[in-house]
Every structure is written in C-alpha cells, then in structure tokens.
Design a protein around this ligand. Structure first.
Ligand code: MG
Length: 255
C-alpha cells in the first residue's frame, strides 16, 4: 500500500533551469554585505571584511569538498560563524541564527516551481498520501521554507520538510532517509522517493528500501553512478501513472 511520497526539492519541485550564475554572485555579495553590516551595527567595527569574505568562500568550498567524501552536511550558518570568528568578530555575535537573519535569504532569481507541481500535490493530498521534502541544502530548512512559501507550496508540506543542514548528513547517507520515513510515519516499502540525482536521490532511497523515481531535468546530476531508477518521469504527472502501476487503488474512491 502506498502511504508516502518524498520529493527532492531542487530540480524536482523547483526548476533551476533559468538560474543565472552572475545574478547569484551579486545576490550572495549583498547577503554577505548585510551580515557585515549586522556585525558593524552591533559594534564589531574592527571586523576585517576582506578576511571574512575570503574565509567564507574558502570554508564553503572546503565544507562541500569534504561532504562529497564523508556525506557530513555543510551548514551555511556554521560556515558564516566560523568565517566571522576568523575575521575577528567577537564571540558574543557568533550566533548562526542571528547571522542568517542578517543574511536574509529568499527565493533565488531565475528559479520557479515546475508548473504541474500544485496540481499533482493536490491529487496526492486528496488521496490521503503523506508527502514530504528531503533536500541536500546548505541552508537550514527554515531558510528553504522562505522559498517554498514564496512559491505557494508551504501548505502542502505542513510537517515533513527536511534539510541535510539540519539532519547533519547528505543524501545518499541512510540517516537522512531514516529521518524522512520517521517524519511521514511510513515504512520504506510504502514510500516512493522522487528526485533528479542518480546517486543522492535514486541510489540513496533504493538503499533505504524505497521505490525510486528519477525526474529527468535539464541539469542532470551524477549521471555515472550506475544506479538504475525504478521509474523515470519527465513531469510529475507521469508519477501518478507510475503509482497506478505499482499501487493499484492508491487513489481511493476517485480511482
Ligand atoms: Mg535535486
């Protein structure tokens, strides 16, 4: 019986094909400027700004390099605080939450939700299927929630939204899938995972015992892992047809 469907966020629900790197770099510079302004406003006028920016970039790069080896999830709040400490910011200001509030994250320019997402989530909801988000984000979930809310999706996911930055492990580590199953209260065999990354999403969810569906996207991650998805879809509409094949009667009275 089908109980839950878990979705990756980026390039599964959220379409990044319109993302422009130059715009990102400008926005990121503004966010870091706001963090610096926060330190200055709190009296940390001796902060070495150049050191802060270099430390932030280097520590971000290093955190992701290590993450690809050990699957320990990077966390932008932790990196900001470590960079600030290295730049001489006093310890009383080294609070990740306060730094991230100053950073003031929001929906990324050029990103949109795939057009069929609200309709498909509504159909799953009306059939009583529990749905969740499991993302390998650098940001704690409360930050990604700002985007999800901006795109009108937050109400679809009242309880189960999981970021690697909070769990501490990246997909395909088993711990983040265990946390997701606990959150939706389903067994792996009752759960379908939908994602665009063959290693993180497909190999990871299959190892956790779930049905794994690959959403093909413009920017396909890790094509050479050798993982074979249980199903391949180009639109979430196709997911509903796969569910019909695997879990006859899942739509309940509307079937
Ligand atoms: Mg993705």
């Amino acid at each position: 019986m089908l109980k839950a469907v878990l979705f990756d966020l980026d390039n599964t629900l959220l379409d990044w094909s319109g993302f422009i790197r130059e715009t990102w770099e400008t926005s990121e510079a503004k966010r870091l400027r706001r963090v610096m302004d926060y330190f200055h406003g709190e009296g940390a006028t001796q902060t070495d700004e150049a050191t802060f920016l270099v430390e932030y970039q280097q520590r971000t790069h290093l955190a992701w390099q290590q993450a690809f080896v050990n699957l320990h999830a990077p966390n932008v709040g932790r990196v900001l605080v470590e960079a600030a400490a290295a730049a001489g910011v006093p310890s009383r200001l080294l609070n990740p939450r306060r730094c991230l509030e100053a950073y003031d994250w929001g929906a990324v320019d050029g990103t949109v939700i795939f057009p069929e997402v609200p309709e498909v989530l509504t159909i799953l909801n009306e059939a009583g299927i529990r749905i969740g988000i499991v993302t390998n984000a650098y940001q704690p979930m409360w930050m990604r929630d700002i985007e999800i809310d901006a795109f009108g999706l937050l109400d679809f996911f009242p309880t189960c939204r999981i970021s690697a930055a909070d769990v501490g492990y990246l997909k395909p580590h088993p711990e983040i899938f265990r946390a997701a199953l606990e959150c939706v209260g389903a067994r792996p065999e009752e759960t379908v995972f939908v994602g665009d990354d063959l290693e993180a999403d497909i190999a990871g969810s299959q190892a956790a015992g779930m049905h794994a569906v690959l959403r093909t996207a413009a920017r396909q991650g890790n094509p050479n892992t050798g993982a074979t998805p249980d199903g391949v879809i180009q639109s979430l509409h196709d997911l509903l047809l796969l569910l019909d094949t695997w879990f006859a009667g899942w739509r309940g009275e509307t079937a």
